[in-house]
Design a protein around this ligand. Structure first.
Ligand code: UD1
Length: 329
């Protein structure tokens, strides 16, 4: 599968100024006409290349959406309220953006007969029954955010069946990389900030919980593959296939930053998922997806401030000593 195959298309990236969206825009812009629909509530204009067309507005605003989507070939849908805790505090508010606006977007895509690639989430699974988690695992989300993502994921797949729309849902595991920042940004950026400031690195609980951390450049590559795949109407796990404990992550970040931060423990997060890890064999088989960035090199590049391009990132998973569990390849 040639993941650079999307060329000379008109594409829309919703949430294109955000963390994942802006990396995707950068990868698309050299070869395609790119539009970005973003309300800049958390995204940043400075992340966008000069030659993209920006429509400022909410995805849930039909006028803005219509303007942004007119004549597009592919829509990458990354606009969302990404904070799980905000979805718990205000479920209807996050439902408006995460679910209602996504439905509006799918309807708009029907009008344009545009392919839609949707950012789904490992949150659809809730507490997993087994590891690694395959796409056919049970889906019992534990938060309004997860419920909303699951509904969008299902709508996305059903739109392929009911309306013959080309759709793909990508279920991201724990994404990390440059530009991930702010209060809801995830454990890697939190630990990095703490380590750089020589402040305590705060592990919630015993640190034995595990996650599948996937670099944003791998996520971008999955999106490019989804843009051209024939495997539409499907959902795919996007992770690395390996799990890392939070304690091991804390130690790696401390070492990589040469920090004198103590590693301390706080109360576990209520409702925290103990283990999460993707079975990526379906994405590998059907999309040609593989993860190329090991956690060590991903963290090292964050520390050094170097960029990993989605096309050039090196594969070195076998030597990754931090990994545990069964790589699902
Ligand atoms: C992540 C996603 C979430 C998604 C879920 C799917 C992020 C930011 N969130 O949640 O959108 O719904 O996967 O499964 O990627 N931790 C610490 N110390 C800290 C911060 C976190 O020990 O300072 C621990 C947490 O308790 C947790 C783990 O690190 O056990 C990961 O936390 P976090 O990065 O917030 O992601 P998830 O909760 O896995």
């Amino acid at each position: 599968m040639d993941s650079q195959a999307i060329r000379d298309k008109t594409v829309l990236v919703t949430g294109g100024a955000g963390f994942i969206g802006s990396h995707l825009v950068e990868a698309l812009a050299p070869h395609n006409e790119v539009r970005v629909l973003d309300n800049f509530s958390s995204g940043d204009r400075s992340h966008l290349p000069d030659d993209v067309t920006i429509v400022e507005g909410d995805v849930g605003d039909p006028i803005a959406l219509q303007e942004a989507a007119r004549g597009v070939d592919v829509i990458f849908h990354h606009a969302a309220v990404v904070s799980v805790s905000r979805s718990v505090d205000a479920p209807r508010r996050s439902n408006e953006t995460n679910l209602e606006a996504s439905l509006l977007l799918l309807e708009q895509a029907r009008q344009e007969d545009a392919r839609v690639v949707v950012a789904s989430s490992a949150a659809v699974y809730g507490h997993p029954d087994e590891l690694p988690i395959s796409e056919s695992a049970s889906t019992e989300p534990t938060s309004p955010y997860g419920i909303q993502k699951l509904a969008v994921d299902q709508y996305t797949r059903r739109y392929a069946e009911l309306y013959d729309l080309e759709t793909v849902a990508l279920r991201y595991f724990n994404a990390y990389g440059p530009r991930q920042q702010g209060p809801y940004s995830g454990v890697i950026s939190t630990f990095l900030e703490q380590a750089r400031a020589d402040e305590p690195i705060t592990i919630e609980g015993d640190g034995e919980q595990t996650r599948d951390f996937v670099h944003v450049s791998d996520i971008v590559r999955a999106n490019l593959q989804a843009a051209t795949t024939e495997a539409t109407g499907e959902a795919f796990n996007i992770g690395t296939g390996s799990r890392t404990s939070i304690r091991s992550l804390a130690e790696t970040i401390k070492a990589a930053t040469d920090s004198s931060s103590p590693i301390v423990h706080r109360d576990p997060r209520p409702g925290d998922i103990r283990h999460s890890g993707a079975d990526i064999s379906k994405a590998n088989r059907r999309l040609g997806f593989e993860s190329r960035v090991s956690l060590e090199s991903g963290i090292q590049s964050l520390v050094d401030g170097t960029r990993l391009s989605p096309m050039e990132a090196n594969a070195e998973p076998a030597s990754d000593s931090m990994r545990e569990g069964n790589p699902a390849r």
